[in-house]
Design a protein around this ligand. Structure first.
Ligand code: ZN
Length: 307
């Protein structure tokens, strides 16, 4: 008996097959932009399906009505109001659970990953932007469906234009693109400087700047610290509001680990009111990496079928 989980974003998808709690098959692939979201999901399921599939779970980037598996809207997904749950159930003849991708990832991290054993915590994903999910009393808290989109909280008035169309959002200061932008400014101002030489021919991305920082290059280190501190300022706000036991940091940049999380952790430690008299949450790197969303979707599918 197997459960299939698919994590689908704007450009790529990851499908896994889970049997007896273990991932036994995994396929990552780029989406064919000419294909509808439903057809892409069907392709993903077929890539890993084998034998007795009991249920399918889908984690998708955007607003989802979990009751009937309707995808409402997402900034990077083609189409709106897509009946993913009913369409896939008809095609494959099994129950289908659909959830937001960060909710699915949180489900996995708190079931079998870095958050296992904690009932109240946050998953905060740091990558192209900042997203995440809230786990309260062991359940993912969804609000009306969009809870956890804290990358778009107001970090500064005015500020840099965000992908969402507003200015000054938290993720304009703390994300892969934010770090790359800082590095590009330094390289443009000082094309023969140490950072430019260290980056060499590499494309300037958050990850490449962190890689240079980890070799000890001072400018890169200070830029990574600056972005880590901005991440920590926003995290402090989340912690003040929600008082979690643990913050699990995932996403492409967060998964890189201590070089960016350590400065954030210091900011949090210095900024919480009550200081040493309260217990600050554990801030820890996610355990499941990029497979968290797909694995979480499979686990949600399994729970919906009560097996
Ligand atoms: Zn924004």
């Amino acid at each position: 008996m197997s459960f299939i989980g698919v994590d689908i974003g704007g450009t790529k998808a990851l499908a896994v097959r889970v049997e007896s709690g273990e991932v036994v098959a995994s396929e990552r692939f780029l989406l064919d932009r000419a294909m509808s979201t439903i057809d892409s999901l069907a392709v993903a399921v077929e890539k890993v399906a084998d034998g007795d599939v009991r249920a399918i779970g889908v984690g998708i980037a955007g607003l989802v009505r979990t009751a009937d598996g309707q995808f409402i809207w997402g900034p990077h997904v083609a189409g709106t109001e897509i009946p993913i749950g009913s369409e896939l159930a008809t095609r494959f003849g099994v129950p289908v659970a659909v959830d937001n991708d960060a909710n699915a990832a949180a489900h996995a991290e708190f079931a079998i990953g870095a958050g296992a054993g904690y009932s109240n915590g946050l998953l905060v994903t740091l990558g192209t932007g900042i997203g995440g999910a809230i786990v309260a009393s062991g359940e993912v808290y969804r609000g009306q469906g969009f809870a956890g989109e804290w990358g778009h909280t107001s970090f500064e008035q005015g500020g840099i234009l965000c992908d969402c169309g507003r200015r000054g959002c938290w993720e304009t200061r703390a994300s892969g693109p934010a770090l790359a932008r800082l590095a590009r400014e330094v390289v443009a101002a000082n094309p023969d400087g140490s950072l430019a030489r260290s980056l060499g021919d590499r494309t300037i991305t958050g990850e490449s700047v962190i890689a240079v920082a980890d070799t000890g290059e001072e400018t890169a280190r200070s830029l990574v610290t600056e972005v880590g501190q901005a991440f920590g300022i926003g995290l402090s706000d989340l912690i003040v509001v929600l008082d979690p036991e643990i913050v699990v940091v995932g996403g492409g940049l967060g998964s890189v680990g201590e070089s960016i999380i350590a400065p954030a952790r210091r900011v949090v430690a210095d900024s919480l009111h009550g200081g040493n008299l309260r217990i600050a949450p554990v801030i820890q790197v996610a355990a499941l990496g990029e497979s968290a969303g797909a694995v979480g979707a499979a686990l949600i599918a399994r729970e919906r079928t009560n097996v």
